[in-house]
Design a protein around this ligand. Structure first.
Ligand SMILES: Cc1cc2nc3c(=O)[nH]c(=O)nc-3n(C[C@H](O)[C@H](O)[C@H](O)COP(=O)(O)OP(=O)(O)OC[C@H]3O[C@@H](n4cnc5c(N)ncnc54)[C@H](O)[C@@H]3O)c2cc1C
Length: 356
């Protein structure tokens, strides 16, 4: 297995070790739950070549079809959190296209209730061209309003704070709203997912000195005065070096300056060596896109699926992002992975307990 494939190794070996009759059917879409005498007893599905298949499940069905962040229609229908001035059919997603909320639709068809569907988490660091997660955000960069040239948010804020600030301060590019400019020093060490290839990536990132900003801004339709942007970066760097207040939106805990600067043997900045003119900068364009849907199927703590009245639907369980209510209105980063493992195990234990 490759780098990402290792994620799947443990679940796959667990499934086969549990029962050698178990089968994983890839490229097969579940369409409908089968109900017999009020109990869910299986799933109807269609294989990649159109072949209809039925999976019978005497002990129960666990829905684990993920969220619906790739279904912008469903997101917008239920949305109670984001202004429709910002969230629209043009909003892109970090999710793969199969995350349409099929499990919720199937569960609702057999009487399941839902909760929290109005809350969708946006990812504030998404590529403008395709919505994919760009990675990063935080303490290495200055985020700049492409119209005013000013820093517009504390870069270490929560995802919803960052996304809202982007919508309020960003520009529109091909229908994508909230597009902003991130500046950092090209020599900044980045973790693996953020290591960018050399040169430019049209529409995503550019490497420029400050003298080259006017030409780049003209190319990108950025109307901010490049001189103001340079002033913002100098003020930001002065604050990082302990020589002033952070501009506009208060403190960030920056790990390094955007301009070049040397440090003494104790790691203390030597402001006299500061040089922005010759620094090569990475400039990224990013925007918010839909990332995680906090709402979903109503479940109890054992992961039985519930009707809107709170009654258990016999034979039906749900785990992971297809369920609602676990993360409230704004999931903390990292908690989804924890939740899918815990909830999957809990649901499996409930199936076993219910069939003893
Ligand atoms: C780019 C990205 C990065 C993330 N990083 C983190 C992170 O660092 N930490 C964290 O905690 N969370 C992270 N998340 C969120 C987390 O990955 C998800 O919440 C989690 O994977 C959901 O797991 P799941 O098993 O419920 O659903 P998924 O992992 O989404 O799996 C659902 C599966 O069901 C399939 N499916 C859907 N409909 C059907 C159907 N009708 N028939 C058959 N199959 C169907 C889908 O194709 C998919 O394979 C990230 C999400 C994204 C998109």
């Amino acid at each position: 297995m490759g780098r990402w494939g290792s994620y799947f190794a443990a679940p796959i070996s667990t499934i086969y070790a549990a029962n050698d009759q178990n089968k994983i059917m890839t490229r097969t879409t579940a369409n409908e739950l089968i109900v017999d005498g009020g109990r869910v007893v299986g799933v109807k599905a269609t294989m990649y070549d159109g072949t209809e298949v039925t999976a019978n499940a005497k002990k129960g069905v666990i829905l684990a079809t993920g969220g619906y962040a790739a279904n912008i229609g469903k997101v917008l229908d239920a949305n109670v959190y984001w202004s429709t001035e910002y969230l629209s059919t043009a909003t892109k997603t970090t999710n793969r296209s199969s995350l349409q909320g099929d499990g919720i639709t199937m569960a609702e068809a057999v009487g399941a209730g839902t909760t929290g569907l109005g809350f969708t988490q946006l990812m504030p660091i998404s590529w403008v061209d395709n919505g994919n997660l760009a990675f990063g955000g935080g303490n290495y960069a200055c985020w700049i309003n492409p119209t005013t040239g000013h820093r517009f948010v504390d870069e270490g804020s929560e995802r919803d704070v960052l996304s809202l600030a982007e919508f309020r301060n960003g520009m529109e590019v091909n229908g994508t709203k909230g597009v902003f400019l991130e500046f950092y020093n090209k020599e900044q060490l980045m973790p693996a997912p953020m290591q960018l290839a050399e040169g430019d990536y049209e529409g995503r990132y550019y490497r420029r000195t400050i003298a080259e900003l006017p030409e780049l801004f003209a190319e990108l339709g950025v109307t901010a005065d490049p001189e103001v942007v340079v002033q913002t970066i100098r003020a930001y760097d002065a604050a990082v070096m302990g020589q002033g207040e952070y501009p506009d939106v208060g403190k960030a805990i920056a790990s390094r300056t955007i301009g070049n600067v040397q440090k003494d043997e104790n790691g203390k900045y030597l402001p006299d060596t500061y040089d922005l003119d010759n620094a090569l900068l990475t400039i990224r364009l990013m925007a918010p896109s839909t990332h995680h849907t906090m709402g979903g199927i109503s479940v109890d703590t054992d992961r039985h699926v519930l009707t809107a009245d709170g009654d258990i639907i016999p034979g039906l369980y749900a785990a992971g992002e297809v369920t609602g209510g676990i993360h409230g209105g704004n999931r903390l980063g990292g908690n989804a992975i924890v939740e899918i493992f815990v909830s999957g195990r809990t649901a499996a234990q409930a199936v076993t307990a219910d069939n003893e």
